[in-house]
Design a protein around this ligand. Structure first.
Ligand SMILES: *Cc1c(COP(=O)(O)O)cnc(C)c1O
Length: 486
């Protein structure tokens, strides 16, 4: 039966339906999570697209039961489940229950964190969390920041502030600006340079060592070369947890170089920020306290649902570069009266109350609880490394600093032709994804295809890793046998 549009509005008249619908949605997800035998069904884009073809968006189904049935087929049946212990591919974490509770509350209340008159207590929740995070980093008394949609936006935002600090209003300096980051830095650094109107080649790649960490001496040499060439280094980006390897740049040495050269230091800790709450490994971030700005992705290593991220700065005054006063939204007279707003600090205007998820997480399970979860994946990565190091079927690239393992299937009897071994590694990964038993990642090291586990699930065991290695070996071996038979 088709319901009247008015009854679909969330308000005091519809709270019974609201309760029912939220529970119905939760029950559906719970059924899938309880039943999921594997992280993925391996469905192909073509097969799934066939299911979508008959959907007519101008012909509503009329009720939630029918719509959820359809959604089951279109989405949930073949969803990729990050909670599954054999999902080992990307930087997606399983999420904690307090954060899901937060998501439920924030979606319904629907505060927008731009101004006080759209958020009230939401603004104070976010401010306390920013203060707390800056305190964990050690940014000092003038620190501030804002929640963002993700590490990409946080990096762009940080580099915008660094650009405008360096320009000092003189746009003729724009073509001479340079950003220095290691060759292993996230691609959003190069993309930011482009978005910020810097010239081609403004992002300078600093060589990394064999563990994929920035070489501070090479950084120093490059900064000197910039000066000699009349270029203006506007920021150095150090990475605390590279996306591909989880490597942590030597922060104290880099901070030292930046201080000597008077250059803005941005630390991209999108992945490594979980160490901020680690009971045993916080020291791996030593030096981060010298940063001028820091990116943290709570949706990577704090077990928060997408999206939950923040940009922190050492000096709140630098946030003014993204500020703008609009008469209808955030007139200066309100700020002068001490009415807080967050839009003055943000690249966004209307903005989700993502901070609530982290708030409930800290209030229910505490920072140590989150840190213990992150620690357990770091322990697992160390065990996985030991497993790979003594397995003759695989070569493991480097010891993990966080929770990423990069390795290559290459048993002693493998063919001498590296291209054939490349193909076997590629095939093993794809075959695994196609049957859905596990999802692993891949990357290229020195021109050769490698396999990768990105571990973020405390429920994954050493037994899972061993079983997935056996599956990979079986797929790669079968591929070569078929190749030789052909
Ligand atoms: C994932 C990642 C980013 C980008 O973050 P998003 O939240 O995906 O936008 C930036 N830097 C590093 C080091 C990352 O690992």
């Amino acid at each position: 039966m088709r319901s009247l549009p008015q009854t679909q509005l969330f308000n005091a008249q519809s709270i019974d339906s609201y309760r029912e619908l939220v529970c119905q949605g939760a029950a559906l997800v719970a059924r899938h999570v309880a039943a999921a035998q594997a992280p993925f069904t391996g469905v192909s884009p073509r097969a799934l697209a066939r299911e979508f073809a008959p959907v007519d968006l101008d012909a509503p189904l009329g009720d939630a039961d029918a719509a959820l049935d359809e959604l089951d087929r279109l989405y949930l049946r073949d969803a990729v489940w990050f909670h599954h212990p054999r999902y080992l591919a990307h930087l997606n974490c399983p999420v904690v229950l307090p954060a899901l509770l937060g998501e439920t509350v924030l979606a319904a209340v629907n505060s927008s964190l731009d101004t006080w008159d759209q958020s009230a207590g939401g603004t104070l929740v976010e401010r306390r969390l920013i203060e707390w995070t800056a305190g964990r980093i050690g940014l000092g008394p003038l620190a501030d920041g804002v929640f963002t949609s993700g590490g990409t936006q946080s990096n762009l935002h940080a580099l915008l502030l660094a650009r405008d600090e360096t320009l000092g209003g003189d746009l003729t300096r724009l073509p001479r600006l340079r950003i220095l980051a290691s060759e292993a830095a996230h691609f959003s650094v190069v993309k930011s340079a482009r978005l910020l109107g810097l010239g081609a080649g403004a992002a300078v790649a600093i060589p990394a060592d064999e563990r994929r960490r920035m070489d501070p001496e090479a950084l120093e040499r490059e900064l000197e070369a910039c000066r000699r060439a009349g270029e203006l280094p506007m920021a150095v980006v150090a990475t605390a947890g590279t996306t591909d390897f989880g490597s942590i740049d030597p922060l104290p040495a880099i901070a030292d170089v930046c201080a000597r050269h008077g250059v803005w230091l941005h630390v991209d800790a999108a992945y490594g920020c979980g160490l901020l709450v680690s009971p045993t490994r916080r020291d791996r971030l030593t030096g981060i306290e010298h940063a001028d700005s820091v990116t943290v992705d709570f949706h990577k290593s704090f077990f928060q649902p997408v999206s939950s991220s923040a940009l922190l700065v050492r000096d709140a005054a630098t946030l003014r570069h993204a500020g703008h006063h609009a008469d209808y939204l955030n007139p200066k007279r309100l700020a002068d009266r001490g009415i807080p707003n967050q839009v003055d600090k943000s690249l966004q205007t209307t903005r989700r109350f993502d901070a609530l998820k982290l708030w409930l997480t800290l209030r229910i399970m505490g920072a140590d609880g989150v840190g213990a979860l992150f620690d357990s994946v770091l322990d697992l990565a160390a065990e996985g490394h030991a497993l790979l190091a003594r397995d003759p079927r695989f070569q493991v690239v480097v010891e993990p600093q966080l929770s990423t393992l990069v390795f290559r299937w290459q048993p002693p009897h493998a063919p001498g032709d590296p291209a054939l071994v490349d193909a076997a590694n590629l095939h093993a990964r794809e075959a695994l994804a196609a049957d859905g038993a596990a999802v692993v990642a891949g990357t290229v090291v020195d021109g050769r295809h490698h396999l990768k586990f990105t571990l973020l699930n405390p429920a994954t065991t050493r037994g899972d890793l061993a079983a997935v290695l056996d599956l990979l070996d079986a797929h790669a071996t079968a591929y070569l046998a078929a190749d030789q038979a052909a």
